[in-house]
Design a protein around this ligand. Sequence first.
Ligand code: 1HE
Length: 275
Amino acid sequence: MTPPNAAAAASPALPASLAALDLLRIEARGAVLHVRLNRPAKRNAINDVLVEQLHTAFASLPDGIRAVVLSGEGEHFCAGLDLSELQERDVAEAILHSRAWHAAFEKIQFGPVPVIAVLHGAVVGGGLEIAVAAHIRVAERSAFYGLPEGTRGIFVGGGGAARIPRLIGAARMADMMLTGRVHDAEEGHRIGLSQYLVDDGAGLAKAFELASRIASNAPLSNFAILQALPRIADMAPSDGLFVEALMSSIASGDPAAKSRIRDFLEGKAAKVKKA
Ligand code: 1HE
């Protein structure tokens, strides 16, 4: 997948630690970092090294990066767990393996910047688990979603049991796992797996457009959306309302909020327009 032309702003230099990650292809385009899963011959199946590299990449985003676009090289976004590595693990090792996925994907969900995943082809098993750790999913029409774990005698282990039901409900996830049901891109979009559905080949352009827009938000607003919103959604409503009041007072007290609101009142900021 070829990305659209680079964003206008200068791109921060990539630290050597990121450039050395050989199962990822990482490129800065202005304030947006493009992270590609780069094991196309194995359909971007996630082995231990790739989990570790994802962890490193999302834990050490260069200064100046304000959003990440995550995509997959080749014909598919990601075929999930590398099944060839599954055979030899005992129970204790399997727990640690799952926890390593959790740690890596937590860096995606609760890292410093919003992550937009571009989905095409297979988005299955652990591939769907990484996709749902992102904040926004742009699906191309070729995308299809499956959770073959149930039919392969295993269970999700990359955070899917916690994240997927929050998007589509436990009943739909149970159906996918019990019966091997595969949702196509349209159906996936309808049930909430993606927020955007675009034609094949148009995913990266859409993601970069969204990323540039997101990168221009006040940093504290983006922080609140990433860190406070999902936590509040998991709280009892009365606790959530209390935390919301704290978060909103912190955000609105920030000089960036004050100047943006002043700009609107002086007619210098865009109005909300019908789509
Ligand atoms: C793999 C994997 C893999 C492909 N692990 N090697 N995930 C799955 O159960 C999905 C398994 N994969 C597939 O169903 C298909 O490969 C795809 C639908 C994704 C793509 O089909 P296709 O026809 O484009 O490719 P292919 O010919 O099946 O695969 C090309 C190569 O990639 C081939 O290896 P080769 O050496 O014979 O060329 C495949 O063996 C290899 N390959 N997928 C290992 N997943 C933390 S828990 C998470 C639990 C899970 O994710 S379970 C779900 C696992």
